[in-house]
Design a protein around this ligand. Structure first.
Ligand SMILES: N=CN[C@@H](CCC(=O)O)C(=O)O
Ligand SMILES: [Mn+2]
Ligand SMILES: [Mn+2]
Length: 312
């Protein structure tokens, strides 16, 4: 594991001052004790997708998201920090997740809103571990996990992977005597076997299918998110870009044949951001090797920008 703290931010520059603000001339390298703001932490990992027999390349996802964020214009003052990347060494995913959790816990304790940049969806167990560390090891808090994803990622497998994250979290929460509160939104019946649906039911997972997530159903979807957020102390939002249609997000390991529209995913992201409960978010599965003209990276970057600017 390596913590690469310095990352480059460059982009179109139209001049000085807040009227020309973009991400690249606003974001600063994070230093300990900085005034609270939104802090990015990358997780450069291919190992979860490799173990899950997917097409690898997500390791470079965090940097591709930064490139896509760079020239996005900022219309209001915002404190943005980049805490760099935790780089997984070879097959040692577990040390990387541990290191990510450590740095994330420090950022959370310093009062930042934190944003994890994957990497495959194995980032979710690292995010959870960091949140658990920052919230404390007792059982006095409840954490709601809102996953926008075509997949449950509730696999039982000999090794942790990008497909096992929420099963790992369920076990860790049970071991700590805390409830497992998991809402999965955008789930595809075609992309999850009956075994996975049965496991989700056993674990009390709250589910919205991809076919239910459309703008005609906006009120019900908003209520689903609001009810879920109301029922927990803290919210963690995780966005797997493969929830989006393959035309919008081709640069992922497992592109969706149907998918949830970008408008709808943005509504879900905004509902989570405005809940007043959101502590941490991450975005996963961007694989630049399969992206077309930065389509997936730009979509992910826009969602992150809107999430960060709409926190309530
Ligand atoms: N991160 C999760 N990935 C999916 C991959 C499915 C596929 O390869 O089709 C899963 O394990 O279910
Ligand atoms: Mn996933
Ligand atoms: Mn997925």
């Amino acid at each position: 594991m390596t913590w690469k703290q310095a990352t480059d931010w460059t982009g179109r520059n139209d001049g000085p001052g807040p009227e020309h603000a973009r991400w690249h001339n606003t974001i600063q390298a994070w230093t300990a004790g900085a005034e609270p703001g939104a802090a990015l932490l990358g997780f450069a990992s291919d190992e979860g997708v490799r173990r899950n027999k997917g097409r690898v390349g997500a390791r470079d996802g965090a940097q591709a998201l930064r490139t896509a964020l760079s020239s996005i214009a900022l219309h209001e003052p915002v404190k943005l920090y980049d805490a760099g990347d935790i780089e997984v060494d070879g097959e040692d995913l577990e040390s990387g997740q541990e290191a990510f959790a450590d740095v994330l816990a420090q950022l959370l304790r310093e009062g930042h809103f934190t944003v994890g940049l994957g990497g495959g969806h194995e980032i979710t167990f690292a995010s959870y571990a960091g949140l658990a560390r920052a919230l404390g090891e007792d059982s006095s808090w409840s954490l709601g996990i809102l996953n926008i994803d075509a997949h449950f990622d509730l696999r039982e497998a000999p090794l942790p992977s990008s497909g096992t994250g929420f099963a790992q979290i369920a076990k860790a929460q049970a071991a700590a005597g805390r409830p497992f509160r998991y809402a999965a939104v955008g789930i595809s019946e075609a992309a999850n076997t009956k075994v996975l649906f049965d496991r989700a039911a056993e674990l009390g997972v709250e589910v919205l299918l991809d076919t239910e997530c459309h703008l005609g159903n906006l009120q019900a979807v908003r209520e689903f998110i609001a009810n879920f957020a109301d029922s927990v102390d803290h919210l963690y939002l995780t966005i797997d870009l493969d929830a989006l249609p393959a035309s919008v997000a081709p640069g992922v390991s497992a592109p969706a044949g149907f998918g949830v529209s970008l408008e709808m995913v943005r509504e879900i992201v905004l509902a989570a951001a405005r809940s007043g409960k959101l502590k941490h978010a991450d975005i996963a599965e961007l694989n630049p090797l399969f992206d077309i003209d930065q389509r997936t990276a730009r979509t992910g970057a826009r969602l992150l920008n809107d999430l960060i600017l709409n926190r309530g």
